[in-house]
Design a protein around this ligand. Structure first.
Ligand SMILES: [Zn+2]
Length: 407
């Protein structure tokens, strides 16, 4: 079992609630005594929190287990219907939304065709998608935590203003979260696609419950970025741009990059380079399955890309392992499945690790579990993560509550 430390300080009640939810999410159904043992909280504190979470429908009691002596034990589990969240995704040709429950299961999905939308076109389309999602599945609206949207691009202070999503005109400095919130009337969280995918993978995928991992995100219509979880924290950097690894120089004096430097990782590994090698000019206009089929059918083009992509990416993984000592590296993203699986297979063997003798329980490199849905499920995970993940810096600074429902 994983140890997740709590605290008995009164001002950290919210933190403790999150620790209890995280303990059950990571370990499965647990009794109050078992939760107290692994969180280092007192039984009384755990009892109070569990009762409160059960009253607000986030936890449900399971059937009591009778034991020989004493009170029967009641395990508690996460109630999938205890909270809901909306995930939104916007591409050049497609806008999509999902409604997920607290366990990450998709309860409704809506898609709309768009054509290289600017913000003024996109906002009403996204609002329509949200309205249709809420009509498609009926639930207690008080349990809707909010909506998340994952967008590519760099971020300004606070991570709310996207600087270059979609590489489309009109999005520069557009306050996505504020404007979308005005349309849909629920709290909106905007996050870059790599970070959103890392959050989704941690809540529901192969990185479930891991404290330290790096998520390498290959964007279907763009480059490569990283989302980082370090010691239980989402690490975002001083200007929320940590993980912009696409612009690490892997080839001094190499190919010119859009950032102005030469030899960036992006120019060798990104899916857009793969499409160049494969001779696919309209990748962003194709349906995902058609694109995947075209890639699989062109093994020579694929080989040309792999030849140039594998070594720089292996070198980057070596650097990330040495710099951050993660439990694992997860490769995923919205790039076509064939690109992802071929690349992952060819990356082995990785460079020699810092301690070659160490017996590993978790592989050094894993492929993400959420597949092509990674960005939209990650987006839906944003409000849930924001409300339920233990924030270990809570003891140093007060947290600002943006809760729909006090957790
Ligand atoms: Zn660059």
């Amino acid at each position: 079992m994983k140890t997740i430390s709590g605290t008995n300080l009164e001002q950290a009640k919210s933190h403790n609630r999150r620790v209890v939810i995280e303990a059950i999410r990571t370990n499965g159904p647990m009794s109050r005594a078992a939760i107290a043992r692994i969180t280092a909280l007192t039984t009384q504190t755990v009892s109070n929190i569990v009762e409160e979470l059960a009253r607000s429908h986030l936890l449900i009691p399971m059937e009591a287990q009778r034991i020989a002596r004493g009170q029967p034990i009641i395990p508690y589990t996460i109630n999938p219907n205890g909270a809901y969240s909306i995930g939104l995704e916007l591409g050049r040709q497609r806008a999509a939304g999902v409604l997920t429950d607290l366990s990450g299961s998709v309860r409704a999905r809506i898609e709309r065709h768009v054509d290289k939308p600017g913000p003024t076109e996109a906002m009403p389309v996204l609002a329509d998608i949200v309205r249709d999602l809420l009509e498609a599945f009926s639930f207690d609206r008080d349990r809707l935590l909010g909506a998340g949207i994952a967008l590519p691009g760099r971020y300004a202070d606070g991570g709310v203003t996207s600087l270059s999503p979609l590489n489309l005109p009109g999005w520069q400095d557009f306050p996505v979260a504020r404007e979308l919130q005005r349309y849909i009337k629920v709290p909106v969280i905007v996050e870059n696609d790599a970070t959103a995918a890392a959050i989704g993978e941690r809540l529901y995928g192969v990185a479930r419950g891991l404290g330290s991992f790096v998520y390498l995100f290959l964007a279907g219509d763009g480059g490569i970025g990283a989302g980082m979880f370090l010691d239980g924290h989402l690490y975002k950097g001083s200007r929320a741009n940590a993980g912009e690894i696409g612009h690490i120089i892997v080839e001094p004096h190499g190919r010119l990059c859009s950032c102005g430097k030469r030899g960036c990782l992006d120019r060798y590994v990104s899916p857009s380079v793969a499409y160049e090698c494969l001779g696919i000019e309209n990748a962003q206009e194709l349906l995902p399955d058609d694109l995947d089929a075209m890639i699989a059918a062109n093994s020579r083009g694929l080989e040309v890309w792999l030849e140039q992509a594998v070594q720089p990416l292996r070198q980057t993984i070596d650097f990330l392992e040495l710099a951050f000592d993660p439990q694992t590296i997860v490769l995923g993203g919205s790039a076509p499945t064939t690109l992802m699986t071929q690349l992952a297979a060819r990356l082995e063997p990785l460079h020699i690790p810092v301690n070659p003798e160490e017996e590993r329980t978790i592989p050094r490199l894993m492929v993400g579990a959420t597949g092509k849905d990674t960005a939209i499920l990650g987006a839906a995970a944003l409000p849930i993560f924001s409300e339920t993940n233990p924030q270990f810096d809570v003891l140093q600074k007060p947290i600002i509550h943006r809760t729909v429902q006090q957790l």
